[in-house]
Design a protein. Structure first.
Length: 200
């Protein structure tokens, strides 16, 4: 009987020790997992920021090369106004581009990625920039802010999903903001007015 009690006591002691070790190991694993997640989140955030910077840099380089190729022609003839359009809707972009082109505005490029838009604006220094509020990688608001920093002479128009977003884009530095309900022709007319181009 005594042997049995001491065996049970030994078993209970081993069980408690094992449970204590298990709980300690589990707590360490949870801490390590939380640290790894923080580190992974930090790495993912850093990787995202680096990808944005790479996209911006690539856009600057490619546009700078393109600009150098056409600079001789630009010196020989008076340069029209130049515009960059950053918008995800190709239908909308095409309509606005047609109106701008008829008014002697050279639409340099159409983009749907905010990081690309910033890089292109840095390289092109366009007279006009039209930005949608919801772009890939970088928001339209960020594009407006960065464009104001790197291309202060650019007149910026923005398109937003609803009236509640107008203030944010104006605060970021946009010269004019319209909602998606405004037709492309009217948006183009507002852009032309920003640079004093003939509106018609």
């Amino acid at each position: 009987m005594r042997g049995s009690s001491s065996q049970e006591l030994g078993l209970a002691t081993r069980q408690l020790r094992a449970i204590e070790m298990f709980n300690s190991a589990r707590a360490l694993a949870e801490q390590a997992s939380a640290a790894a997640e923080r580190t992974r989140e930090m790495r993912m955030d850093t990787a995202r920021r680096m990808e944005v910077l790479r996209r911006q840099h690539d856009a600057v380089i490619s546009r700078a090369h393109a600009q150098l190729r056409v600079s001789g022609e630009a010196l020989r003839s008076p340069a029209p106004w130049r515009a960059v359009i950053a918008c995800r809707s190709s239908w909308f972009t095409d309509k606005v581009s047609r109106v701008l082109t008829r008014a002697a505005v050279d639409v340099v490029t159409h983009l749907d990625n905010g990081a690309d838009a910033i890089g292109v604006v840095v390289a092109e220094q366009p007279d006009l920039l039209l930005v949608e509020d919801a772009l890939l990688m970088v928001t339209g608001e960020e594009v407006v802010r960065e464009s104001r920093t790197y291309s202060p002479g650019t007149r910026i128009g923005a398109q937003v999903a609803h009236g509640g977003r107008v203030g944010a884009l104006l605060d970021a530095g946009a010269d004019a903001v319209v909602t998606r309900q405004v037709p492309p022709f009217d948006v183009a007319q507002q852009l032309l007015a920003l640079v004093g181009a003939p509106v018609g």
